[in-house]
Design a protein around this ligand. Structure first.
Ligand code: ATP
Length: 434
C-alpha cells in the first residue's frame, strides 16, 4: 500500500476511528483514501474511481463515520451495493469500525426475512447497507415507522456505482433515491473500479444552491492501466471439451496445490457441474451463484473465507467487491463479454498490495473477447505454460470425464434447473440472473 507518512488523523478522521483502523492494522491511507476523505469531510459529493482492492470501502466509510460520530442519532447514511454478499461484507466492516461507538447497522438484502428487517429498520439504525431491490420493497410496502427516517439521511453511497446505474437496477434505484432527501440536502458518493460514461455523466450535473461541487478522483487515469500492478495475467488456449481436465490439472499442480482460488463461470449450471465434478475429484470446493438459497450462499462463502474450501466456483454474483485476502488465483473458466467484468473478477486477487494471478481459459470463440480485455486494461496477457503436458492432461481426462458424468446424472435426478424456472416465474424476469 502507499508509503506516505500521512495518517488518517491528519486527513481529518476522528481519533476514535483512527484507533479502530489502527487496531485492524490500517495505518496509512491509500491514494484513493487520501484524495477523497478530506473532500467528503468538506461536504462535497464524490466520484471515486480506483483499482480493485485499493481501499475504496474505507474511503467512503471513514468520513461518513467521522461525521456521524459528531451527532450519532437517527438514520445517517445508506450504502447501496449490487450483491447480497457484498452488502454483508460492508455491513460487517461498518459494525467492526463503529463498535466502540455503539453503532447500529442494518443489513437489508434479498433472501432474508422481510419482517426481521422491518423490525430492525424501526429501531432506527444509523447506517443501512442494502441491495436496491430489497430496500425498494420496504419503501413501497412499509409505513413511516419503518422507512420514515430515510428522508433525513445525510449520505447516500453507491458502491460499485457503474453496475447500479445500469438498467438492471434503475427502477429499484429510483424508488430508493426518491425516498431520500433531495440532492442538495445529502451527500452522494459513488465508488467503483470501472468508471463508465454513466458514472462520468454525473460529474457534469450542476450542484444546486451554490454547494461545493462534485469531486472526482480516478486513479486509473494516472497510469492508464485498470488493474493492480501486483496482478499477473495469463491466458491458456484450451479446447472446449477439455476445460474441466485442464482446470483440475491446474488446481492439482505443484504451483497451485496449496492455493486458494476463485473460478468464474458464466452460467449457474456450469458452476454446479464444476463444483460436483471437483468434489468427486477430492478438491475442497464451494460454489456461489444465484440459484442457491441464501442460506447456502452464505454458508458457502463462509466455508471459503474460513479456508474450509480452497476453491470457490462462482458466477458474477462474486465478481464485485468481495475481499478475501487469501485468494491467490482467479480462473476465468468462461470469458465474459464485458471487459469491465474481467477487471472485477481478476480483482478478487492481488488486493491491498498482495500478489495474485489471473488466468483466462481461451477457446477459439473467445479470442475477440480477450482482445477487448487486453485493450481495456492496456496490458498484453502472457501465455500460461505451467500445465502443458498433453500426456498428463490425457490421463486426467479419464477420471475427470467420469466425475463429470456422475455429477450430471445426480443433477438430473435432483431436478437442477427446476428451481431456476420457478424463481424466474416469481421474479417476472427482473433482477440479477447470474
Ligand atoms: N489504508 C489501508 N492500509 C492497509 N489496508 C487497507 C487500507 N485500506 C483498506 N485496506 C484493506 O484493503 C483491502 C481492500 O479494500 P476494499 O475492499 O475497500 O477494496 P476496494 O477498492 O473496494 O476493492 P473492489 O473494487 O474490489 O471493491 C481490505 O482488506 C481493506 O481492509
Amino acid at each position: 500500500m502507499n508509503s506516505s507518512l500521512d495518517s488518517f488523523k491528519r486527513i481529518g478522521i476522528s481519533k476514535w476511528l483512527v484507533e479502530s483502523l489502527n487496531a485492524m492494522r490500517i495505518d496509512t491511507p491509500t491514494d484513493i483514501q487520501r484524495a477523497c476523505i478530506p473532500e467528503i469531510l468538506k461536504g462535497r459529493d464524490c466520484i471515486g474511481g480506483a483499482k480493485t482492492g485499493s481501499g475504496k470501502t474505507i474511503a467512503f466509510a471513514a468520513p461518513m463515520l467521522t461525521k456521524w460520530s459528531e451527532d450519532p442519532s437517527g438514520m445517517f447514511g445508506i450504502v447501496l451495493t449490487p450483491t447480497r454478499e457484498l452488502a454483508m461484507q460492508i455491513a460487517e466492516q461498518f459494525t467492526a469500525l463503529g463498535s466502540s461507538m455503539n453503532i447500529r447497522v442494518a443489513l437489508v438484502v434479498g433472501g432474508e426475512s422481510i419482517v426481521d428487517q422491518a423490525i430492525t429498520l424501526q429501531k432506527k439504525p444509523h447506517f443501512i447497507i442494502a441491495t436496491p431491490g430489497r430496500l425498494a420493497h420496504h419503501i413501497m410496502n412499509s409505513g413511516e415507522d419503518t422507512v420514515g427516517g430515510l428522508s433525513r439521511v445525510k449520505f447516500l453511497v453507491l458502491d460499485e456505482a457503474d453496475i447500479l446505474l445500469t438498467n438492471t437496477f434503475s427502477s429499484d434505484l429510483t424508488t430508493c433515491i426518491r425516498r431520500l432527501p433531495p440532492k442538495d440536502k445529502r451527500q452522494t458518493l459513488l465508488f467503483t473500479a470501472t468508471v463508465t460514461d454513466q458514472v462520468q455523466k454525473l460529474q457534469i450535473a450542476p450542484k444546486p444552491n451554490g454547494k461545493p461541487s462534485l469531486f472526482s478522483y480516478q486513479v486509473e487515469s494516472l497510469d492508464n492501466v485498470a488493474i493492480p500492478s501486483t496482478l499477473s495475467i495469463a491466458y491458456l488456449l484450451v479446447p472446449e471439451h477439455v476445460k474441466e481436465a485442464y482446470l483440475f490439472q491446474i488446481l492439482a499442480s505443484e504451483k497451485y496445490l496449496e492455493s486458494t482460488a476463485i473460478v468464474f463461470v458464466n452460467r449457474t449450471a456450469t458452476a454446479e457441474i464444476l463444483r460436483r465434478t471437483l468434489k468427486h475429484l477430492d478438491i475442497k470446493v464451494a460454489s456461489l451463484h444465484s440459484q442457491m438459497a441464501q442460506q447456502e450462499r452464505t454458508n458457502s462463502l463462509h466455508r471459503f473465507r474460513a479456508n474450509a474450501a480452497r476453491v470457490l466456483i462462482a458466477t458474477d454474483v462474486a465478481s464485485r467487491g468481495l475481499d478475501i485476502p487469501q485468494v491467490q488465483l482467479v480462473v476465468n473458466y468462461d470469458i465474459s463479454a464485458n471487459p469491465d467484468t474481467f477487471i472485477h473478477r481478476a480483482g478478487r486477487t492481488a488486493r491491498a498490495g498482495r500478489h495474485g494471478d489471473a488466468l483466462c481459459f481461451v477457446t477459439q470463440r473467445d479470442i475477440t473477447r480477450i482482445e477487448a480485455i487486453e485493450s481495456r486494461i492496456n496490458t498484453k496477457m502472457v501465455e500460461f505454460t505451467d500445465v502443458h503436458d498433453t500426456a498428463v492432461i490425457r490421463k486426467a481426462l479419464n477420471k475427470v470425464t467420469a466425475a463429470k458424468r456422475e455429477s450430471l446424472m445426480a443433477m438430473e435426478k435432483e431436478g437442477f434447473g427446476e428451481r431456476r424456472k420457478t424463481q424466474a416465474r416469481k421474479k417476472d424476469g427482473k433482477g440479477f440472473r447470474i
